[in-house]
Write a protein that binds this ligand. Structure first.
Ligand SMILES: NC(=O)c1ccc[n+]([C@@H]2O[C@H](COP(=O)([O-])OP(=O)(O)OC[C@H]3O[C@@H](n4cnc5c(N)ncnc54)[C@H](OP(=O)(O)O)[C@@H]3O)[C@@H](O)[C@H]2O)c1
Length: 280
């Protein structure tokens, strides 16, 4: 079982990816963003998740540089993820988008680059670009996001490199058991986005009761449930006390009964768009 914030899962190509990271969706460029990234690194986070569409890669890069310096650690100790946006899906355009993200972040390489959404008719060309970047050693691992099982099967029909990660919306109201089982069978690591359901689950009675039993917060219970399920998780917060709170999940364990209770909250309910029916 995962023992601390720096523990990693080994992706199918041997790359080590931290189980726990910081998300920065909806955090605009500026001091709050730079500070959140810095503070996370200071408190032991070793993974940061951004995307071109978040329009905050410059601030994330600044936070990374300052955070690494203050913590006295090197770039290799950090795992940085970004994603290619839908408008850039295509062979040349995806390669160009990767270079642009790198430049904004001020980095020499990314640890993980993802296709953000499975836009029909476009993701296979983009995947070829990711394969090229990967084979040329420009990125350590490549993967997808918001891919359903049928998208993964379709992609893998023509792929030379199997995705290492699938990042999907996942929380107690959308437990993603089928996608998880398929990914596990294929050796693809599942990663949860909006693990806290964007804050909407924090007053849930079942979760609250479990949290009280352990002397923990609901957020901590959900994030612990992710880890015990073998799911990489990247909660977002810009507040130092929550960044610390969210990562203090290595000092308790949920029982099998509690894990089942949380699984039982599933309603296949999404807070984000449906990967089978989106128009962007
Ligand atoms: N691949 C994709 O399509 C996709 C889509 C969405 C998100 N993501 C990634 O996943 C990350 C996480 O998802 P998310 O940002 O949508 O939502 P989330 O992590 O589920 O929830 C974030 C919200 O919860 C609040 N919060 C965080 N910790 C808390 C705590 N301990 N107690 C109370 N409230 C807390 C945050 O507010 P404060 O900041 O005020 O603390 C924020 O409003 C994103 O940042 C992004 O990196 C990926």
């Amino acid at each position: 079982m995962v023992k601390n914030l720096q523990d990693t899962t080994t992706l199918h190509n041997g790359v080590e990816m931290p189980w726990f990271g910081l998300g920065v969706f909806k955090v605009e460029e500026g001091p709050e963003l730079v500070n959140a990234v810095k503070v996370a690194i200071k408190h032991g986070y070793r993974s940061i998740d951004t995307a071109a569409i978040y329009e905050n890669e410059e601030g994330v890069g600044q936070g990374i540089r300052e955070g690494l310096k203050e913590a006295g650690i090197s770039r290799e100790d950090l795992f940085v993820t970004s994603k290619v946006w839908n408008a850039d899906l295509g062979y040349e355009s995806t390669i160009a988008a990767y270079e642009k993200s790198l430049k904004k972040l001020g980095l020499e390489y990314l640890d993980l680059y993802l296709i953000h959404w499975p836009v029909e008719g476009k993701y296979k060309e983009a995947w070829r670009a990711l394969e090229t970047l990967y084979k040329e050693g420009k990125v350590k691992a490549i993967g997808v996001s918001n891919f359903q099982i049928h998208h993964l099967k379709d992609l893998m029909e023509d792929a030379e490199v199997k995705p290492m990660v699938n990042q999907v919306e996942c929380h107690p109201r959308l437990t993603q058991k089928e996608v998880q089982a398929f990914c596990k069978e294929q050796g693809i690591q599942l990663e949860a986005w909006s693990p806290l359901m964007q804050g909407e689950l924090l007053d849930n009675d079942v979760l609250q009761a479990i949290a009280t039993k352990h002397g923990k917060s609901v957020a901590q219970v959900i994030l612990r449930w992710d880890l015990q399920n073998g799911i990489v998780t990247i909660p977002k917060s810009t507040k130092e006390h929550r960044i610390v709170e969210n990562s203090t999940v290595f000092d308790f364990e949920l029982t099998e009964e509690e894990m089942n209770q949380i699984d039982g909250l599933n309603q296949n309910h999404r807070v984000g768009p449906d990967p089978d029916n989106f128009d962007f």
